[in-house]
Design a protein around this ligand. Structure first.
Ligand SMILES: *[C@@H]1O[C@H](CO)[C@@H](O)[C@H](O)[C@H]1NC(C)=O
Ligand SMILES: *[C@@H]1O[C@H](CO)[C@@H](O)[C@H](O)[C@H]1NC(C)=O
Ligand SMILES: *[C@@H]1O[C@H](CO)[C@@H](O)[C@H](O)[C@H]1NC(C)=O
Ligand SMILES: *[C@@H]1O[C@H](CO)[C@@H](O)[C@H](O)[C@H]1NC(C)=O
Ligand SMILES: *[C@@H]1O[C@H](CO)[C@@H](O)[C@H](O)[C@H]1NC(C)=O
Length: 482
């Protein structure tokens, strides 16, 4: 009898650990400059992330994750789906090279293969509609053949646009009519083989797309319900969206299929609603929400989720919007953007990346003697921004308050840092100078780039600079001989 409270205590403790175990992070690599993968892995561990989601199977990244214990979701890019769908051999090769070697050779804790990335997105016009499911099947069978199917499960990260609600309420949820049969087949397959449904949920995009979207509904701190449905009250869009999926799964006959939230987050720049305050409010609200372990009205229990994203990526396409390059909870160099308590470590602050190698503390700015009326200004700024990242300029952004000269300096510096502070990258005709005075003001960061690394992790700055110098030398020699 005396042991009962103890057992209950242990169970409670176990429950707590289970319910808080497992916040994950998306680790994207569409950046001009990467932190060494070992640095990122250290950062994941220091911040208590137990899981990471990748968008490909880069061997440098996977090697760094070896022996870390971190659970890994490896990705297959959409452009590989056709090959993997049409050839079981290709799928077996992929599994052998990108899963087996890392699981057995490097002891990487791979748990999922993410086949494609939002392949049924409506803007893809059906490009991956016929190849995704066969690719999933081939990968699943290849995993079975390799003896890895117990440890490694298959999923497809899908955008929440694969389901919708005819009534505007979660209970009206069902899969999009044009892909409903396909979705039901996929869901059945996942159910048969122990796979999970992965969905990316973005209240920010709802707000971005619809100026009439009630802002408070995007966050997690409202005390009044926005919807009631079947006796359930909804205080935030996340729960309503997730439950729309639960209803869609129920209508397909697989209401208990595990759900993974593959991406969730809020950007900090590039749009009026993308700022540090909103991002912190959203991400902290989300963390507090899932740390309760209660789940949503239709799906109780812990939420399995991966924050989007770990670090900013300055080379992402900005077709969806300028905010695309600013999803990180850390800046590109691993510096925390705001205070965020993940509930994983004994700290309410994010832990920055360690031993980051920066370039020199110098910036390229507009020369004080240059005039903003100089006809070269326009073309120079366009040139610089076209080849670097100016998404922090413009209305409602972190550098939106700069004056005209500040704008021009920002563009020049962005280009100069992008090209590793080469002298030749600060040669806008009579317009630019290099300075050691930090032009950063307020939230507007005039960045210093980090040292570039090559694929095998070695710094290649020196060789790059030598090559440029060599070219200049060859060119000058050539001129002399003319
Ligand atoms: C393994 O993954 C990488 C990165 O995604 C890819 O480039 C490569 O083609 C894959 N290997 C095989 C054998 O499919
Ligand atoms: C999809 O179709 C639209 C309209 O026909 C077109 O503008 C767009 O470029 C297409 N997108 C892709 C990814 O094919
Ligand atoms: C956690 O942090 C608090 C406050 O900084 C400190 O007093 C405490 O000793 C820490 N606990 C552990 C287990 O590190
Ligand atoms: C600075 O640049 C942004 C983006 O190009 C522009 O919207 C803004 O009007 C500029 N500000 C000034 C003062 O020139
Ligand atoms: C730069 O300024 C100098 C002196 O003011 C002038 O001679 C030269 O033509 C200018 N160069 C360019 C590229 O505008």
């Amino acid at each position: 009898m005396g042991r009962l409270p103890f057992v209950f205590g242990m169970l409670f403790l176990f429950y707590l650990v289970v319910s808080v175990s497992g916040i994950g992070a998306n680790w994207g690599t569409q950046a001009t400059h990467h932190l060494p993968p070992e640095t990122v892995v250290r950062m994941l561990k220091d911040n208590g992330f137990q899981k990471v989601k990748l968008f490909d199977a880069d061997s440098g990244t996977l090697n760094a994750l070896g022996k870390s214990g971190i659970e890994v979701m490896v990705g297959i890019p959409n452009d590989m789906l056709a090959t993997l769908a049409s050839s079981t051999k290709a799928a077996e090769k992929w599994v052998e090279k990108n899963i087996s070697t890392h699981v057995t050779g490097n002891t990487v804790n791979i748990r999922y293969v993410a086949v494609g990335n939002e392949p049924f997105l409506q803007t893809y016009n059906g490009t991956y509609l016929t190849t995704t499911f066969p690719a999933v099947q081939n990968i699943q069978f290849a995993l079975i053949k390799a003896g890895l199917a117990k440890q490694v499960k298959v999923t497809i990260p899908l955008n929440a646009d694969v389901y919708q609600s005819s009534t505007g309420l979660p209970s009206g949820g069902d899969f999009r009519s044009d892909i409903r049969d396909l979705m039901v087949s996929i869901v059945k397959f996942f159910n048969d083989y122990g796979g999970s449904f992965t969905v990316n949920i973005y209240p920010f995009i709802s707000l971005y797309d619809n100026p009439n979207f009630p802002v408070e509904y995007a966050f997690f701190d409202s005390t009044s319900a926005f919807l009631t449905d079947n006796g359930n009250s909804y205080y935030n869009m996340f729960d309503a969206n997730l439950d729309t999926l639960v209803w869609a799964l129920q209508k397909s006959g697989y209401g208990n299929l595990p759900i993974i939230v593959g991406e969730i987050g809020w950007p900090t720049d590039g749009d009026n609603n993308a700022n540090l305050q909103y991002a912190q409010r959203f991400n902290q609200g989300f963390m507090n929400h899932i740390l309760t372990g209660n789940g949503s009205p239709m799906r109780s229990g812990p939420v399995d989720a991966y924050l989007f994203s770990l670090i900013d990526e300055d080379d992402k396409s900005i077709t969806p919007g300028n905010f695309e390059r600013h999803w990180g909870i850390f800046y590109f160099e691993g510096w925390p953007k705001y205070q965020l308590n993940l509930g994983t470590v004994n700290s309410s602050n994010l832990v920055p990346a360690k031993n980051v190698q920066y370039l020199e503390k110098k910036w390229c700015v507009m020369s004080p003697s240059a005039s903003i009326d100089d006809p070269q200004v326009g073309p120079s700024v366009s040139y610089a921004c076209g080849r670097s990242d100016c998404t922090s300029l413009g209305y409602g952004t972190s550098c939106g308050d700069l004056d005209a000269r500040g704008n021009i300096s920002y563009a020049f510096n962005s280009y100069y840092q992008r090209f590793n502070q080469l002298d030749t990258a600060c040669k806008f005709p009579n317009l630019s100078i290099i300075t050691k005075n930090n032009p950063t003001t307020g939230n507007c960061r005039f960045e210093i780039m980090i040292q570039p690394i090559s694929a095998n992790g070695e710094q290649r700055l020196v060789s790059l600079q030598m090559r440029v110098n060599l070219m200049a030398f060859v060119f000058l020699t050539f001129l002399t001989f003319l």
